[in-house]
Design a protein around this ligand. Structure first.
Ligand code: SAH
Ligand code: SF4
Length: 371
């Protein structure tokens, strides 16, 4: 069993079965989530016999680093992990900061796994956003999405979700840096794997462990209505983003097949419910596709849909993928789209694509910035 799949309570039970005192569980927890140990050997504060027992009974690493790629500016790293069943998942680190804190660098693009990041990136301040996967593949089949094009492989366990974070936390720690934000926008639909995703967030949120604040997570969903309502009822402090991409059902269903099941109107109703329950602002994601959903008319339709909702729109020019012929909107058209939305009273940010040269986040969310 993977150690990250176990919560503190079950770990305490397990140690109890092994006739170990309860405080050992806390020590292991701290080793995992505060020191980011990934081998029983590192737990030098535990007796040797217990370290051996841990090694015999639990797995500390659920995947191998297959490869990684740094963007040519060195600010973005995508790591491809291979799971024991050979499924591949990816997680992306995006660094943001004042240019003064980020000296110009040119990082090598295809470098051997586990090489340290370029030295002159160390000391760069500000945001370190991780984009992690919740499934291998995805069942939702959105036409422009590289993950959707590959189909569904399987859900990730809570521990496999957590292990992606620990991997980067460990890497950043070696540079005296920390992860500042986590977005669940990698491969997969988090609300299709609801329980494991929430278990991962809860475990990462544990004040005795990694202690990562709920407000620094963002979950992105394609719009699974029952789960949006459940999430609202749970009144979590985690940020919510909804992938909308179209303002009418006809257009949305041609891009996002799930819209056959949950129509835009139902999604927006669930969003009103979420805001009423939590008083939190929703983000709508919008991949700007040239000539498809980037005109001022579409912007007006969208504004009418979102009227009265505490929200803002995060628009990102499409990352072209092999399986879809749509192209990215130009900078100029994106600016007009933003202007039209804002004139109609809906705040909009145009995100620049990050890591475009490495297809960051399955070619998906490259510019997503959440703070
Ligand atoms: N399944 C979730 C989260 C993962 S996708 C969801 O769909 O929301 C994260 C974001 O990337 C979504 O908004 C998705 O619509 C967007 N995306 C996917 N493929 C993209 C592409 N080729 N270009 C731009 N955005 C893309
Ligand atoms: Fe799945 Fe999200 Fe890609 Fe749609 S955009 S196929 S929901 S990962």
């Amino acid at each position: 069993m993977l150690i990250y799949d176990i919560d503190l309570h079950s770990l305490t039970d397990l140690l109890n079965q092994w006739n170990e005192p309860a405080y050992r569980a806390k020590q292991i927890w701290q080793g995992l989530y505060q020191h980011f140990y990934d081998s029983p050997k590192q737990f030098t504060n535990l007796p040797k016999s217990l370290r051996e027992k841990l090694a015999e009974n639990l797995t500390f690493s659920p995947f191998k680093v297959k490869t990684y790629i740094d963007s040519s500016d060195g600010y973005t790293r995508k790591t491809l992990f291979e799971l024991p069943d050979k499924n591949l998942i990816e997680a992306v680190l995006m660094r943001y900061g004042d240019p003064a804190d980020n000296p110009q660098i040119t990082a090598p693009r295809f470098v051997s796994a586990n090489a340290p990041l370029s030295a002159n990136l160390r000391g760069a301040k500000n945001r370190r956003t991780l984009c992690i996967s919740t499934q291998a593949g995805c069942a939702m089949g959105c036409v422009f999405c590289a993950t959707g094009q590959m189909g569904f492989k399987r859900h990730l366990s809570s521990g496999e979700i957590i292990a992606q974070v620990m991997y980067y936390a460990r890497m950043l720690k070696a540079e005296n840096q920390v992860v500042t934000n986590i977005v669940l926008m990698g491969m997969g639909e988090p609300f299709h794997n609801y329980d494991n995703t929430m278990a991962a967030i809860d475990r990462l949120n544990d004040p005795d462990g990694y202690n990562f604040g709920a407000r620094r997570f963002t979950i992105s969903t394609v719009g699974l209505v029952p789960q949006i309502r459940r999430f609202a009822d749970e009144k979590r402090q985690v940020n919510l983003a909804i992938s909308l991409h179209a303002a009418d059902d006809e257009s949305r269903v041609s891009m996002l097949p799930i819209n056959k099941k949950y129509k835009i109107g139902e999604v927006i109703d669930a969003c009103h419910y979420y805001v009423a329950q939590t008083h939190r602002r929703i983000t709508f994601e919008w991949a700007l596709i040239n000539g498809v959903n980037d005109t001022p008319e579409v912007a007006q339709k969208l504004a009418a849909r979102l009227k009265g909702l505490l929200c803002h729109v995060n628009a990102i020019p499409l990352n072209p993928t092999l399986g879809y012929s749509g192209q990215a909107t130009s900078r100029e058209r994106a600016a007009v789209f933003k202007e039209s939305l804002e004139q109609a009273g809906i705040p909009c940010t145009i995100r620049m694509r990050r890591g475009i040269d490495i297809q960051a986040g399955c070619g998906q969310l490259a510019g997503a910035v959440y703070s």
